[in-house]
Design a protein around this ligand. Structure first.
Ligand SMILES: Cc1ncc(C[n+]2csc(CCOP(=O)(O)OP(=O)(O)O)c2C)c(N)n1
Ligand SMILES: [Mg+2]
Length: 575
């Protein structure tokens, strides 16, 4: 750069952005450098904000997403113009579907070069508009703080749906000065988030429905993450059964007597009253269809619109902070005895426990295949034995994700979510391990899913992110192989190599081992846990067929995501 270039002064837009982020508690930003954003980059550093420099912008957004989830706040990704933004788009789309608070910052060419064919000049805001809560180009230096305030408020869901937001700035704007008068304290404070209290009449109506139900069922999702203790209190009082989903996994411990995950299909069919807490009735819940849930009455509790009435209306719908709503329902019930059928709940819980015990035994004894390749269950058993109970589990892949979902009892769980965005695993794990260095973070990823962001092992090493990556290497996009075998009797374009991912990780300085024989597994896991960041590449048998593969999920039926639900839906519609 020419020596005449101005340095980035302490009252510049870039400097004010950095001060704003610091004031909002941001200590770490995920990014990939570029000239258009360099003023922000340098001012972040000047403010003492750590920059986790990644190898692809998509990973930066995934990391910001996981940081937001783990911290309970929002995450920040800083990407450069043009391809920096287009690379980030899958991460933004994923945060959009997951309703995850992420602030994405970028640059655009200086104003005098706009529309002249400048380097990396495309209209980013048009590209990201449909997958963000707010997408603006800020050209006026004096407006940087109100814009940042509005963007972060929208990301956090103040007055709307939480999710990703996007701001970019012409590089000359980043270097321009913000008048002192427009650096107001009100924009640099952490505002108290408004909590929407529940309508007491609706809380009473919900209590009436739940306390008079014989077979009540509670299902939770994203909106319940901050309501764990209230959720447990409600379950204890009303004696309902409980199903969690990936979005809120771990917030009700698996040992709680309401948990009946292994009886999912039966309880969905038999429940007479279903309470959803911060959960969309999306494809994972059969769209709430009467074909699967029967004529159960619904109570819907959510703090955002999209989780309140999608696909199936509630007899009672409460738009409020989820914890406050659940507390109000419990309070409205007072000391009334619930009408719950204890025989039903006992049977379901017993069924769940028996299945869970059978699964645990199957996992421990699952045999290797004829070539000695480990069964995925056996790998999960080895991990379950060695990971601490408070471990954060990040699961990613096809068959392997399905095995991990049923085989582990995590305290915290992250996965590709409703977008089915495989490849998030390694970036999610890196950010989670940096956000929670005192907890063990384990990424359980398929070999296919790992490939998307495999280069981020470099980021993990450089930033000493204490993550454990476990690659279940079956040499294929195996869930798709199973589908081709079942549906098309031909396998094409779905096999990979049994590549040596450990050798690759070692090339970047990570402790990594390849495990090809069951005898070597336990010791390798123990060594890797002690040497994080670490990776083990475990050759697993492609012959193991997961629940998701058997369910027809990969085949994509017309009416419902699973073959059994699809048939039920067809019968119910009289087709
Ligand atoms: C970004 C993206 N591309 C493709 C898919 C489709 N898909 C879903 S699972 C899967 C296979 C995953 O393979 P791997 O991670 O090795 O897990 P395995 O099934 O082999 O256990 C694919 C290709 C997807 N969900 N997301
Ligand atoms: Mg695979």
């Amino acid at each position: 750069m020419a020596s005449s270039a101005p340095s980035v002064n302490a009252d510049s837009v870039a400097a004010v952005i950095a001060r704003f982020l610091k004031a909002r508690g941001i200590t770490r930003v995920f990014g990939l450098c570029g000239g258009h954003i360099m003023p922000i980059w340098m001012r972040l550093d000047a403010e003492g904000i750590a920059i986790v420099d990644v190898r692809d912008e998509r990973a930066a957004v995934y990391m910001a997403h996981a940081h937001g989830v783990m911290s309970g706040g929002f995450g920040v990704a800083l990407v450069t113009a043009g391809p920096g933004v287009t690379n980030a788009i899958t991460g933004i789309a994923n945060a959009h579907v997951a309703r995850a608070p992420v602030l994405v910052l970028s640059g655009v060419p200086p104003g005098p070069q706009e529309n002249r064919g400048a380097l990396q000049d495309i209209v980013h805001t048009d590209l990201v508009r449909s997958i963000t809560r707010y997408a603006r180009t800020v050209r006026e230096p004096s407006l940087v703080l109100p814009e940042l305030n509005e963007a972060v408020a929208r990301a956090l869901g103040e007055g709307g749906e939480p999710g990703p937001v996007y701001l970019d700035f012409p590089t000359d704007t980043l270097r321009a000065t913000v008048p002192k008068a427009m650096q107001r304290d009100e924009w640099l404070r952490i505002p108290a988030m408004a909590v929407t209290p529940p309508d007491p009449a609706r809380a009473a109506a919900a209590a009436e429905m739940l306390w008079s139900a014989q077979r009540p069922l509670v299902i939770s999702g994203r909106g319940a993450r901050s309501a764990g203790p209230s959720l447990v209190r409600l379950l204890d009082r009303v004696g309902a059964l409980y199903l969690d989903t990936g979005e809120s996994r771990g917030h009700v411990p698996d040992a709680h007597p309401s948990v009946v995950a292994a009886m999912r299909g039966t309880v969905m069919q038999e429940a007479d009253c279903v309470l959803t807490v911060g959960r969309r009735l999306d494809f994972q819940l059969a769209y709430g269809s009467p074909a699967v849930f029967g004529e159960a009455r619904f109570v819907r509790v959510a703090d955002i619109a999209s989780e309140l009435r999608d696909n199936r209306r509630g007899d009672v719908e409460i738009l409020a902070d989820c914890g406050a709503a659940l507390d109000a329902i419990v309070a409205a019930a007072g000391d009334r005895e619930p009408a719950v059928d204890r025989e039903w709940t006992r049977q379901m819980r017993e069924g769940h426990t028996a299945r869970a015990q059978r699964l645990a035994a199957t996992m421990r004894d699952a045999p290797s295949d004829a070539q000695g390749r480990v069964h995925p269950y056996r790998l999960l058993a080895a991990l379950q034995d060695r990971l601490p109970p408070a471990a954060v589990i990040v699961a990613d892949g096809g068959d392997w994700l399905s095995f991990a979902r049923v085989g582990l009892s995590p305290a915290t769980w992250l996965d590709p979510g409703s977008l089915g965005c495989i490849g998030v695993g390694t970036p999610f794990g890196i950010a989670a391990s940096l956000a929670c260095p005192d907890r063990v973070v384990a990424v359980l990823t398929g070999d296919g899913a790992f490939g998307f962001n495999a280069m981020e092992v470099d980021t993990a090493v450089r930033h000493r992110a204490p993550v454990l990556i476990v690659v279940a290497n079956n040499g294929a996009w195996q869930i798709e192989v199973h589908d081709q075998q079942q549906t098309h009797a031909k396998v094409v374009g779905t096999r990979l190599q049994f590549a040596d991912h450990a050798a690759m990780a070692r090339a970047f300085g990570m402790h990594a081992e390849r495990v090809e024989r069951i005898e070597d597994l336990d010791a390798a896991v123990t060594r890797a846990l002690a040497a994080r960041p670490a990776l083990i590449d475990v050759v697993v048998t492609p012959d193991a067929v997961s629940a998701d593969a058997k369910s027809g999920l990969a085949w994509v039926p017309d009416l419902q995501p699973l073959a059994a639900w699809d048939e039920a839906e067809r019968r119910w519609r009289g087709e």
